[in-house]
Design a protein around this ligand. Structure first.
Ligand SMILES: [Zn+2]
Length: 307
C-alpha cells in the first residue's frame, strides 16, 4: 500500500524538481482558526473554497461560523455567475438543499478552470437570507499552469488511494446549527458526551451525512487513551496516522469510519502533507479510536458493510 503511494511520489519527484517544497508538511493553522481562504464580512461563512473534481464539475465547500446561531434547517443554494459583482445575474446551479457543507456543480465538465466563473452560496433560514462572498477558481490559482500541475498531483494521489488505501467514510461534525438542550449556556458545550440528540457535539443531529473518504494508513501508533470531552468516555486503542486527499477539509473531532472493520475514529490532529502553491493536496491525519459506547457508532451509514 505504502509502496504504491511512494511510487507515485517518486514519479512526481522525477517530473518536478520543485517537489521538495511540496512534500514538506505545512500546518495551515489559519484555515481552522477563523478565516479560511475566503471569509464573509457578516461573519456567517467562516470558510469557503472551490474544489475541482476533474471530470464532474466543481465542489464548493464551506463552513459556517460557530457564532452563527440561526436554527436549522439551513437551506443552501449554489449560485454561479460570470462576474463577481453583487448585482450580477446570479443563476441557481443546485439547491436548495438542507444542512449540507458542500454542493457540487456538475452541469458541465469544462469549467474546472475558468477565470470568469464565480460561485456564491445562498443560505436561507427561518431568520434570514445570507450570501457568501463570491469565489472562483481564480481565488485558488492565478494561472492555468499552476492549476494543471495541482490537478496532476490530485489525480495521482487519488488513484493511489483508490488502489491501496482503506475505503471509508467521513462524518463531519457540525460546528453550527440548532443548539442541543444538553448544552451548558455558560460554556456553550455539550454536557453529555452520549447525548442521543447531538451525539455529544452540542448541535442537533451532530454529524453531517457520511461521504466516501479513503485513507492510507502510514503508521499504527502505540496504545493510547482517548478521552471524549467533557465527561470523558475512555478507550484504549491504537491511534493511526493516515493520509487523505484534502477534501473535505477536516476539523478536529470529525469522524472517519473504516468501511471494512466498522471501527470509528476521531480526527485528532491534521496537517498538510503535500501542498502546491499554498493549496493543499494531501492531508496527514492522526486518528484515535472511538470507544464502542460512543454515540458515533449509532450513526447509520448507507452502504457500510456490517462489521
Ligand atoms: Zn445534546
Amino acid at each position: 500500500m505504502i509502496s504504491c503511494i511512494a511510487i507515485y511520489v517518486v514519479i512526481l519527484m522525477t517530473t518536478d524538481e520543485r517537489v521538495n517544497q511540496l512534500v514538506s508538511p505545512i500546518h495551515r493553522g489559519n484555515v481552522r482558526n477563523g478565516c479560511g481562504f475566503v471569509c464573509s464580512e457578516d461573519g456567517v461563512f467562516s470558510f469557503l473554497r472551490v474544489w475541482p473534481t476533474f471530470g464532474n464539475g466543481n465542489l464548493v465547500e464551506w463552513e459556517l461560523s460557530p457564532h452563527f446561531k440561526d436554527p436549522t434547517p439551513h437551506s443552501f443554494t449554489l449560485q454561479s455567475a460570470q462576474f463577481e459583482a453583487p448585482d450580477t445575474d446570479w443563476q441557481n446551479v443546485i439547491g436548495p438543499v438542507n444542512d449540507v457543507y458542500y454542493l457540487q456543480d456538475n452541469s458541465t465538465v469544462s469549467i474546472e478552470f475558468n477565470s470568469w466563473l464565480h460561485y456564491r452560496v445562498k443560505l436561507e433560514t427561518s431568520k434570514g437570507t445570507y450570501y457568501s462572498p463570491p469565489i472562483s477558481t481564480r481565488e485558488t490559482f492565478a494561472e492555468y499552469k499552476d492549476y494543471a500541475r495541482w490537478r496532476g498531483f490530485i489525480l495521482a494521489w487519488r488513484r493511489a488511494l483508490r488502489l491501496s488505501g482503506n475505503k471509508g467514510f467521513l462524518l463531519k461534525k457540525r460546528l453550527s446549527g440548532t443548539p442541543c438542550s444538553c448544552v451548558d449556556p455558560l460554556t456553550g458545550e455539550s454536557t453529555d458526551p452520549n447525548c442521543p440528540t447531538c451525539d455529544g457535539t452540542g448541535f442537533v443531529e451532530g454529524y453531517y451525512p457520511a461521504v466516501d473518504c479513503a485513507a492510507a494508513i502510514i503508521e499504527r501508533g502505540k496504545l493510547h487513551q482517548t478521552i471524549r470531552p467533557p465527561l470523558g468516555s475512555v478507550v484504549e486503542g491504537n491511534n493511526l496516522a493516515v493520509v487523505m486527499l484534502a477534501f473535505p477539509l477536516l476539523f478536529e473531532q470529525d469522524v472517519w469510519v473504516n468501511r471494512e472493520t466498522g471501527k470509528r475514529y476521531f480526527v485528532h490532529t491534521i496537517s498538510d502533507q503535500v501542498v502546491w502553491k499554498g493549496v493543499p493536496v494531501v492531508q496527514q491525519v492522526e486518528l484515535r479510536l472511538a470507544p464502542l459506547s460512543d454515540p458515533v457508532y449509532q450513526i447509520s451509514i448507507p452502504n457500510q458493510i456490517p462489521s
